[in-house]
Write a protein that binds this ligand. Structure first.
Ligand code: FES
Length: 447
């Protein structure tokens, strides 16, 4: 079979088949139907500041090169030679004037053009049209607040239509702590592979607050930004006084945010380090001054459909969940800081990010343990007869006029129901209006 069937996702009743997390045919269809159409995060401009800079990234299973050409233009190319397909770039990042294929030495300029073909005159003259053999480039690319996103679908809607109202939540991960728009930089990328389906991770960040018990040991020890002995918790506690909201968007995105009280005051978060505390106190006051009422919206976590998640507060960053197989995922965590923050602030945060997140970070280890055993325990013949349950707060969603989207004021799996509803539509070749949630009533094409 080609992997398509109905009955994977029952968003209305809140049941989802385990097959979508373990079945190789489903996985293959995801690569073909979903990763070739959705807007995917590929990297950050701060990783390629100068002409000739490149960072090799991924879109689905495929290697791509994020590159700044000689003129300063940003491109995303498939990392595969037009001759016999060899990877033309085998480094993770660097600077070059040419990508030279290791196999037979065709060379490509940083704008993708095929420049050199060994023995061209004697072997190819009058036959090979070099202008038609540039590196394959994504038809759609956007740079938003220094983040680079791409889609293989020439017909995809513009990125902002795709992002919809999730924009204001994602913004808070990308903007400076003092409320200035953009201005962030990547201070490092953690990359590691874990044996679980990629959707477990994406779903976790949609706002699965319910999994908090998984981090109980971390909460008892206390690894918040303060790093002070005896201070419990995982993060600063401005969130503790805020009203939490869980928001689902028709394009499949979901976030967990919070709204601070009207007379929001700075909460000491870095008590063991007065200089860092001073930086964040200053940022807090500036943000309030700059943004007014808007400053009450506190970023937390979210997933931009399908596989880009963010942490809006500390440890601030973007994560991509790259599929390797139905049961294996490569996680990339891009850690963000204000580009113009003092060096000691960046260094302090770098340490905090490492002990909180990534392969050696305490919270991520807890999460991965759940994802990998859930994946493993779902592969069995008997296990696969029984769907997962997504009924949490099934009828409890309420609309809130101040925050766009489907807003819930209690913990809910509504974001996951929305996410898998969108996933199902991609898997059944739905048109863009349906994928954007603009005509939810119309059934998908191939059900
Ligand atoms: Fe690249 Fe032959 S595969 S030059």
């Amino acid at each position: 079979s080609d992997g398509a069937r109905s009955g994977w996702v029952d968003s209305k009743r809140g049941f989802i088949s385990r097959d979508i997390f373990v079945d190789p045919a489903v996985y293959q269809r995801e690569l073909e139907k979903l990763f070739t159409r959705a807007w995917l995060f590929v990297g950050h401009e701060s990783q390629i500041p100068n002409p000739g800079d490149f960072f090799t990234s991924r879109m689905g299973e495929e290697s791509v090169i994020l590159c700044r050409d000689k003129k300063g233009e940003v491109h995303v190319f498939l990392n595969s030679c037009r001759h016999r397909g060899m990877k033309v770039c085998r480094y993770e990042q660097g600077n070059t004037s040419l990508f030279t294929c290791p196999y037979h030495s065709w060379t490509y300029a940083t704008d993708g053009k095929l420049q050199g073909v060994p023995l061209y005159k004697s072997l190819y003259d009058g036959v090979l049209d070099r202008s038609e053999h540039s590196l394959i480039e994504v038809p759609r690319l956007v740079i938003y607040k220094s983040t680079v996103w791409a889609s293989w679908d020439a017909e995809a809607p513009d990125f902002f239509t795709y992002l919809g109202d999730a924009k204001q939540h994602l913004d808070q991960a990308l903007d400076c702590r003092d409320g200035r728009e953009g201005g962030s930089e990547v201070i490092g990328v953690h990359k590691w592979v874990f044996p679980a389906n990629w959707k477990f991770a994406a779903e976790n960040f949609l706002g699965d607050t319910y999994h908090n018990p998984s981090h109980r040991s971390v909460d008892l020890i206390g690894i918040g930004p303060s790093a002070a002995a005896g201070v419990k918790g995982r993060r600063d506690d401005e969130l503790a006084k805020a009203k939490h909201i869980w928001v689902s968007f028709p394009q499949g995105h979901g976030v967990h945010s919070a709204i601070a009280p009207e007379n929001n005051e700075y909460v000491n978060s870095f008590v063991s380090n007065p200089e860092i505390e001073e930086y964040f106190r200053h940022c807090f006051e500036e943000r309030k001054r700059r943004m007014g009422e808007q400053a009450r919206l506190l970023p937390f976590t979210g997933t931009i459909f399908p596989n880009t998640s963010y942490h809006g507060r500390q440890p601030r960053g973007l994560c991509t969940w790259h599929p390797h197989s139905p049961t294996e995922t490569e996680a990339w965590r891009f850690f963000l800081v204000d580009a113009d923050a003092p060096a000691q602030v960046k260094e302090y945060l770098r340490h905090y990010y490492m002990r909180y997140s990534g392969p050696a970070g305490m919270t991520e280890q807890d999460d991965m343990e759940n994802w990998l055993y859930a994946t493993r325990a779902s592969t069995g013949t008997i296990a696969r007869r029984h769907p997962f349950n997504y009924q949490q707060s099934l009828h409890a969603s309420t609309m809130n006029e101040h925050v766009p989207g489907k807003v819930s004021t209690q913990i809910t799996e509504e974001m996951a129901r929305g996410y898998y509803g969108a996933w199902d539509a991609y898997m059944h070749d739905a048109g863009w209006p349906r994928l954007l949630g603009q005509d939810a009533a119309q059934p998908a094409a191939a059900e």
